[in-house]
Design a protein around this ligand. Structure first.
Ligand SMILES: *Cc1c(COP(=O)(O)O)cnc(C)c1O
Length: 250
């Protein structure tokens, strides 16, 4: 610990203020996620928070880690690679939450714990091939476009049965569940409907029987504006960005 005299002349700068604000945002979020879980008759531990660090640089991402957030998400593969090399902590698990181009698979696999955005059978096959070549087993989620928004990636609900069957044959890929985003300009009720649709799809797929490489325990849904609705509908992973960096100059 620093003695008081060593602290003399140390003034809290903007970086300290930002770190403190991020830590406070994190504590509040953990509390609210816990409340939403209890309100839904669930335990706080049944919902994991992925902190989406795409809005901030490596230094502020480190502040989020220091606050206690070890599950970090990025939406662009290149940013994930560079953050993963700059923000090193053995406790961090990186999540890719945005679209993955096939030429970016190889470098992504070395850094990522869970790919939330498997949105085509072709991409799944390419991930499996790279995983096989580097002797890895990769965990991922199938992204489903439940809102039908043309601007969004993901399988249509109707395409998921065939996707599960085909992707279930790929030996180096483990599907752990489903991911979605609610409709772009929707209100809370629309978001809740979208999330209920994903849970019902998951329940149906699970009831119909799954290939050995596929399980359906994870539902990645809910962002800063709609995580309470998602938790009410059964989310096991919420992906939160802007809420964590509110009030931080960026
Ligand atoms: C940016 C992003 C998030 C986080 O969104 P916020 O509204 O900022 O919390 C979650 N999921 C995906 C796929 C994203 O791209």
């Amino acid at each position: 610990m620093n003695s008081p005299s060593e602290n003399c002349g140390h003034r809290a700068g903007p970086a300290d203020a930002a770190s403190e604000r991020i830590a406070r945002n994190w504590r509040h979020l953990v509390e609210e996620v816990g409340q939403a879980a209890r309100a839904a008759g669930r335990t706080p531990e049944s919902v994991r928070i992925v902190g989406v660090s795409k809005y901030v640089d490596a230094a502020m991402t480190r502040s989020l880690v220091a606050a206690g957030c070890y599950e970090l998400g990025e939406s662009r593969p290149q940013t994930l690679w560079s953050k993963a090399s700059q923000v090193e902590d053995p406790r961090i698990r990186w999540h890719l939450v945005g679209h993955l181009q096939r030429n970016k698979i190889r470098r992504t696999l070395t850094a990522v714990a869970l790919i939330h955005s498997i949105d085509s059978v072709r991409l799944a096959e390419a991930i499996n091939a790279e995983a096989e070549a580097s002797r890895r087993v990769v965990e991922g989620l199938l992204e489903v476009n439940v809102s039908g928004d043309a601007a969004k990636h993901g399988f249509s609900e109707a395409a998921t049965d065939e996707a599960v069957e085909r992707i279930g044959r790929l030996p180096n890929l483990r599907i752990r569940g489903l991911m979605t985003m609610a409709a772009g300009e929707g209100d809370a009720a629309t978001a809740r409907r979208n999330f209920d649709d994903l849970r019902q799809l998951r329940d149906r797929l699970a009831a119909e029987g799954l290939p050995e490489n596929v399980s359906m325990q994870e539902l990645s849904m809910g962002m800063s504006g709609d995580f309470a609705e998602a938790i009410g509908a059964g989310a096991t992973i919420v992906r939160i960005g802007s809420r964590l960096f509110a009030g931080v100059g960026r």
